[in-house]
Design a binder for this molecule. Structure first.
Ligand code: PLP
Length: 395
């Protein structure tokens, strides 16, 4: 089978040692082997978040993708209180839809996709309404925008609300300070910037808040955080059968991050984003939002002129490169390039050359007026590798 280069916001190309980890010998999840594995993963999650007061935080691991962790938070934390969802994109919308199922009176502040929130509007809303829980996406993956955790967390604190965060696409790439941002619970998944296989997610939260969950009436059986917490603290296990091989892989992925160093890993991802963005700018491509507002895991690129994203994707697929198409109101208008998982500097050069070639080909195919490519001959000459030399446009 072809080896694809996944330049997506997840899934990712996994490290070789994860492939080894996932095929470890079989264990029983009701045996001490699994208890120890879960303890190790939890400790590593606390380290990934660079938690200072480690005895005040816990993390539960859920067999289910990122959505499972978000639904666990929204169904377990709100109780009979009022929840406010802040949405500026597809994943904010998903939080809202999920919350409505469990909390029919969910409040919503919505701004157009790709726009930042106006903190003044949020504050005014909190003054007018009694809100117990505020939920927000950290990295709104549909636009690549990082939302303001610190300011929103401060507002939540001032107004006596719990702050819960969907960190599915940012954790592993960007720091999230649970303590200074006043976050009660934060979700993430195994298969994005943490770099493991899809299928697991987790919720990290304050122990004090986990303890309070048992006072809420259960709204879900499988995704009840109170039950996860009970099994974690009483026997270091999960309530139901966990996907054990994925736990082995997640543990290895976390070990890889901690071995590199959390700060170094963030810097590595940021540097790759920088290299990709620099190369794409040289191709005269423009980005959806300002670079200072972007998460370092992902770049959202405006589709030039009449280029069809599906055609661009299939051209890149011929070079074994996978990118993401825009969704919702961004469909056809943007494509997205991720830079997480096992990506080398050489892969980035390969990607940029393939992208340039695809754009040139599409231009020759009849869209000549719409892709002004600058510096065609001088750009992207890798210093040491030239394994994919480009043909000149006019030949
Ligand atoms: C991908 C993503 C999700 C959903 O995760 P799944 O693993 O597909 O369930 C939720 N929130 C954000 C911000 C995401 O990027």
């Amino acid at each position: 089978m072809k080896k694809y280069h996944l330049f997506t916001p997840g899934p990712v190309n996994v490290a070789t040692n994860l492939r080894m980890a996932i095929s470890k010998p079989d264990i029983c999840h009701r045996e001490p082997d699994f208890d120890a594995l879960l303890v190790s993963i939890e400790q590593k999650i606390l380290s990934l978040f660079q938690i200072k007061k480690r005895n005040e935080f816990r993390a539960v691991v859920i067999t289910g993708s990122g959505t499972a962790a978000n639904e666990a938070m929204l169904s377990s934390v709100v109780g009979t209180g009022n929840v406010l969802i802040l949405s500026n994109g597809e994943f904010g919308d998903r939080l809202h839809k999920t919350s409505l199922i469990h909390n029919p009176d969910t409040h919503l502040i919505e701004v157009p996709w790709g726009q930042p929130f106006d903190l003044q509007i949020i504050e005014t809303y909190l003054i007018k309404h009694k809100i117990d829980v505020i939920a927000m996406v950290h990295h709104e993956t549909c636009s690549g925008m990082l939302n303001q955790l610190e300011q929103t967390g401060a507002l939540a604190k001032t107004h006596g609300a719990l702050f819960i965060v969907d960190g599915v696409s940012s954790i592993g790439a960007e720091p999230v300070d649970m303590e200074s941002c006043n976050i009660a619970f934060c979700s993430s998944s195994s298969s994005k910037a943490i770099g493991s296989y899809p299928g697991l997610s987790f919720v990290i939260g304050r122990e004090k808040q986990f303890q309070k969950l048992k006072f809420h009436k259960a709204k879900s059986t499988y995704l009840n955080l109170a039950t996860f917490y009970e099994f974690l603290t009483s026997r270091s296990q999960t309530p139901n059968t966990p996907a054990v091989p994925l736990f082995f892989a997640l543990e290895q992925a976390l070990t890889n991050i901690l071995t590199e160093g959390v700060v170094n890993r963030h810097a590595t991802i940021r540097r790759r984003a920088h290299d990709l963005r620099k190369g794409m700018r040289k191709l005269n491509l423009e980005f959806l939002i300002d670079e200072q507002d972007m998460c370092s895991a992902l770049t959202t690129v405006r589709v030039p002129g009449l280029i069809d994203v599906a055609t661009l994707q299939s051209r890149l697929r011929e070079s074994a490169i996978i990118i993401y198409a825009g969704k919702g109101c961004f469909k056809g208008k943007v494509f997205q390039v991720g830079n997480i998982g096992e990506i080398t500097d050489l892969d980035i050069v390969f990607f940029l050359q393939a992208l340039q070639k695809a754009l040139i080909d599409l231009m020759i195919d009849g869209n000549a007026t719409v892709i002004p490519i600058r510096e065609t001959n001088s750009m992207l000459k890798p210093a040491t590798h030239n394994y994919l030399d480009l043909e000149p446009i006019a030949s």
